[in-house]
Every structure is written in C-alpha cells, then in structure tokens.
Write a protein that binds this ligand. Structure first.
Ligand SMILES: [Fe+2]
Ligand SMILES: [Fe+2]
Length: 178
C-alpha cells in the first residue's frame, strides 16, 4: 500500500466512523416538515398572485415574502437531511388550501402557521431527546420565523375585525412599485 492510498483508506474509515448518522425518527420528522414547507410555498405563491391579480399590491408583496421564507426553510431542511445522509423527499405535498377571498386566504394561512408552530415545537422536543443540538438550533430559528408568520396573519385578522373587510382591502391597494 502506498503512502497516498494508506492516507485515503484512513480518511475513508475516519469518515465512516465519524460521519453523523441522523436518528431515523428525526429524519422522518424532518421530511414531514419539508412536505409542510413545500405545501406552504405553493399555497402562498398562489395566494400572492391572486392578490396581485385583484390589485392588492401590498398584500401580494407580504404573502410573497412569506413564500420566500418558506423556501428558505425547505432549503435548510434539505441541507440538514443531506448532512445526515438521508434522502430529502421533495415530491410529497399536503392538501393545498386556496382561499376564495382575502379573508379566507388569511384564515387558511393562519391555521397552517399555527400547525407549523406546533410541528416545529414537537420536532425540537424530539431533536433534544436524541441529543441533536445542531437540529434543535436550526428548528428553533425556523420556529421563530413561523411565529412571526402567525403574528402577521393575526394582525391582519384583527384589522379586518376592527375596520371591516372593505376598509382593510382599500388599505392593501398599493402599486408594487411604490
Ligand atoms: Fe416555514
Ligand atoms: Fe410560515
């Protein structure tokens, strides 16, 4: 065995022994969170484009930004699954709930965000149980963003309650360029 091949066989066995293998249950939870994120991206993209189509430029941009947040979450989850030598499932979507009105959209999104907060809290609990601090940190970062999404949806619902849907919709008419 040459020095070079000795080194490479040492490297290979080092990698084999030390490469982190993800906990099986945690990997499947990460894949289920990934399906939630991919579903949210699709739902929000459609909602955002519907708002643009109706001329609610402000709402279009706000929902579009959320779709992009979810895209980051999906990207980070895929990255983590690959780090654990798992296979990210990107072909699975949950049911997509498209609202027929702005109020329905916001209510559907609010419910999904509340579910996301619950799902991330449960996943963090599991990651903590298996002693995976890196995943705890990642999921906590995403959880805080999901809480921000809930907050946004609830502010919109409170405004609709207080000023009425017509006034709320008038407040959302803004040219995307402005
Ligand atoms: Fe997300
Ligand atoms: Fe979200």
């Amino acid at each position: 065995m040459t020095k070079g091949s000795q080194l490479s066989s040492f490297k290979n066995s080092f990698i084999k022994t030390h490469k982190m293998k993800g906990n099986k249950e945690l990997l499947s939870v990460l894949n289920s969170l990934l399906a939630d994120e991919l579903t949210a991206i699709n739902q929000y993209m459609v909602h955002s484009e519907m708002c643009e189509n109706w001329g609610y430029g402000k709402l279009h941009l706000a929902i579009r930004k959320q779709a992009m947040d979810e895209m980051h979450h999906a990207e980070w989850l895929i990255e983590r699954i690959l780090f654990f030598e798992g296979a990210p499932t990107v072909s699975k979507l949950n049911s997509i709930k498209i609202g027929k009105t702005v109020l329905e959209m916001i209510s559907n999104d609010d419910k999904d965000e509340l579910d996301a907060v619950l799902a991330y809290n449960n996943a963090i609990k599991l990651a903590r149980e298996v002693g995976d601090q890196g995943t705890v940190d990642l999921l906590t970062k995403i959880l805080k963003m999901e809480e921000g999404h809930v907050d946004w949806a609830e502010i919109q619902r409170a405004q609709i309650d207080q000023i009425g849907i017509e006034n709320y919709l008038v407040s959302q008419i803004e040219s995307p360029a402005s």
